[in-house]
Each structure stands twice: as C-alpha cells, then as structure tokens.
Write a protein that binds this ligand. Structure first.
Ligand code: 5GP
Length: 180
C-alpha cells in the first residue's frame, strides 16, 4: 500500500482490509449471540456504511432484515455540527430490535440524532454498532454498544468513507498525512 492523493490532501495507509474484516467478524458473531432468538433489523447510515454493511451481513449467520437512512454532517474534513436528514427509514420499526450500523462515530452528533429519530419509532430495543470510533473526539454520554476499531482523532478515508466525495471505493482505510 502506498500513499495516495485525494483532491489537495495526501493520505497514508492505515488499516488493511484483512484487519477490517477480522474486526467485523467479531462484531457480527457477538451480535448474533445476542440476537439469535429474534430477527433484528440492521439499519445502515448512508453513504459511509456501504462497505461495512455489506461485509458485516456476509458474516452475520442468523436471520435479519436491513434498511437504510441518510444523514449528513460533514463538509470536507470537518463536521458542520448540524445533522440533517436526507432520507428517512422506509420501514415500520415498531416492536423490532434495531441495530444501527455506522461507519464512524466522531463527535457523536450523528449518534445523538439517530437516538432521537429511533426513540420516536416505538422500537423494542436500539443498539449502535460502529466500524470506527474516535474516543478523543467523542463529546456525548450516549452508549455505543459495539466498536469494531478505535482510532485516534485524525481524518480517515476508504472502505466507504470519503473526502469530499472521493475515496469511498478504496478497500483499505487511509489516514490523512500530517504536515511535516
Ligand atoms: P459525528 O456526528 O460523530 O461527529 O460524525 C459522524 C459522521 O462524520 C460520520 O458518519 C462520517 O460521515 C463523518 N466523519 C467523521 N469522522 C470522519 C473521518 O475521519 N473521515 C471521514 N471520511 N468521515 C468522517
């Protein structure tokens, strides 16, 4: 893996696909142990979750349903702090065990918006599973039930995550290069 340039920034290799897949398998098996007697609904937060969701589902051995919603809070490499709903969950979730799949939890603003949305939907239970978590950046007290990989507070791209629209199709995760 080599350094790459996206728009004006250089990114360095950080987490390989093999490491990501290993961490995802663990999350899938742990959630299966907790939900093997019910049919959970995995709700993916678009667009960043696409690769995580697809690999997670391949490793989830039980019955499940899926749905999506779309939220937006990032412009470039910084959060705007304001979370906007771009696409509602097109499914009745009342009485269901819902597990939100997130690409990354950073400040927690998006997570807070997700809890607010789901609290109005009469669900049986809500869990949050995130591929990446930046503990140094997290500002909320809300629970995050499953974290696949914790990372430092540095901008990353790849494996579904973008920098201004580009980089989502990279199979590995890259970290922004610090100025020398
Ligand atoms: P939060 O609301 O927790 O601050 O941020 C959550 C959203 O911000 C994520 O779903 C993701 O879209 C975006 N985000 C946060 N950190 C990063 C990062 O390091 N790289 C990329 N590409 N997006 C990020």
């Amino acid at each position: 893996m080599k350094e790459i340039k996206i728009h004006d920034k250089i990114f360095v290799p950080y987490i390989t696909f093999e490491e990501i897949e290993h961490a995802i398998k663990k999350v899938a098996n742990t959630l299966y142990e907790q939900h093997k007697n019910d049919v959970p609904v995995f709700v993916g937060v678009l667009n960043g979750v696409i690769m995580f969701m697809s690999d997670f589902l391949k490793h989830y051995p039980g019955e499940c349903e899926i749905s999506f919603l779309k939220l937006k809070s990032y412009e470039g490499t910084h959060t705007t702090g304001k979370v906007e709903m771009e696409m509602e969950i097109p499914m009745d979730l009342s009485g269901r065990h819902v597990i939100i799949l997130e690409d990354i939890v950073d400040t927690g603003n998006t997570l807070e918006a997700l809890y607010e949305i789901l609290n109005k939907k009469n669900v049986k239970s809500v869990k949050i599973a995130t591929l990446l978590f930046k503990p140094d950046s997290y500002k909320k007290d809300l629970p995050i039930n499953m974290v696949a990989i914790s990372i430092p507070n540095r901008f990353v791209v790849g494996y579904g995550l973008d920098y201004d629209g580009l980089g989502r199709n990279l199979p590995d995760i890259y970290q922004i290069k610090l100025e020398e």
